[in-house]
Write a protein that binds this ligand. Structure first.
Ligand SMILES: CCCCCCCC(=O)SCCNC(=O)CCNC(=O)[C@H](O)C(C)(C)COP(=O)(O)OP(=O)(O)OC[C@H]1O[C@@H](n2cnc3c(N)ncnc32)[C@H](O)[C@@H]1OP(=O)(O)O
Length: 195
């Protein structure tokens, strides 16, 4: 049963289909981490999700995340907030295919089945519509395989922002370190800016 989605997540009548950026990675290509310290995808966060996303067709992605002991809520089960983070990260990576800088404004999550430690969550997400700065998207996470039963799902609204959203609000030492990164692509991707 699909539960209701709030009106804020229903695209307005003048919304348009999303447009894949011409330089978006080809379907099947790994997106890589956008920032080493990202809790969702970064390789430098020991307890992070280490989620790995790949571009799909159109404006869609797939991703995997394996639940580790550090991600528990109840004994032997993934914490719901961690599962919401996996959905958020997967949905956030869609913006790389649009080449739009955007942040999560709203994330509505259904927790359908418990997810045990050791399980791999097979995520898929797509942008459904765009209206001005508002990006509407949806995601599911399945266990047992990409076609397994749905364990979690989410609908979300991302809002396009300028890079100043990060540079003016982030803690100065991390912002400085990211901006001083000699690797141009890494520097741009920390904020998901088109390099
Ligand atoms: C580099 C990429 C990293 C990706 C990591 C994974 C994604 C994340 O987790 S991002 C981190 C979590 N998110 C955040 O920290 C965002 C914090 N929030 C904010 O900074 C602001 O509220 C922000 C930017 C979302 C919106 O503020 P602002 O730019 O002033 O926009 P605002 O004018 O209020 O809203 C724009 C439109 O969006 C709508 N909107 C904004 N927030 C919401 C919301 N929560 N629910 C519904 N609609 C919303 C507004 O109603 C408005 O609609 P309309 O144009 O029709 O009137």
């Amino acid at each position: 049963m699909k539960s209701g989605t709030s009106a804020a997540l229903s695209p307005p009548a003048d919304a348009t289909p999303p447009v894949r950026h011409p330089e978006a990675p080809a379907p099947g290509e790994p997106l890589g981490a956008h920032y080493g310290q990202c809790f969702g995808c970064g390789g430098d966060q020991p307890h992070g999700l280490h989620l790995q996303a790949r571009a799909g067709e159109g404006v869609s992605v797939t991703a995997e995340f394996t639940v580790r002991p550090a991600h528990q809520g109840a004994p032997g089960l993934a914490h719901g907030g961690v599962l919401a983070s996996a959905l958020d990260e997967t949905l956030g990576s869609l913006n790389w295919l649009l080449r739009t800088i955007a942040v999560t404004g709203r994330l509505e999550t259904d927790f359908v089945r418990p997810v045990p430690v050791g399980a791999t969550l097979y995520l898929s997400a797509e942008v459904t519509a765009v209206a001005g700065r508002k990006i509407y998207c949806t995601a599911t996470g399945r266990t047992g395989g990409p076609d397994g039963p749905v364990a979690v799902r989410a609908d979300a609204l991302f809002i396009e922002v300028k890079v100043e959203h990060f540079t003016e609000n982030g803690r100065p030492e991390e912002i400085r370190a990211a901006l001083d990164d000699p690797d141009q692509v890494r520097r741009a991707r920390a904020f998901e800016v088109n390099p």
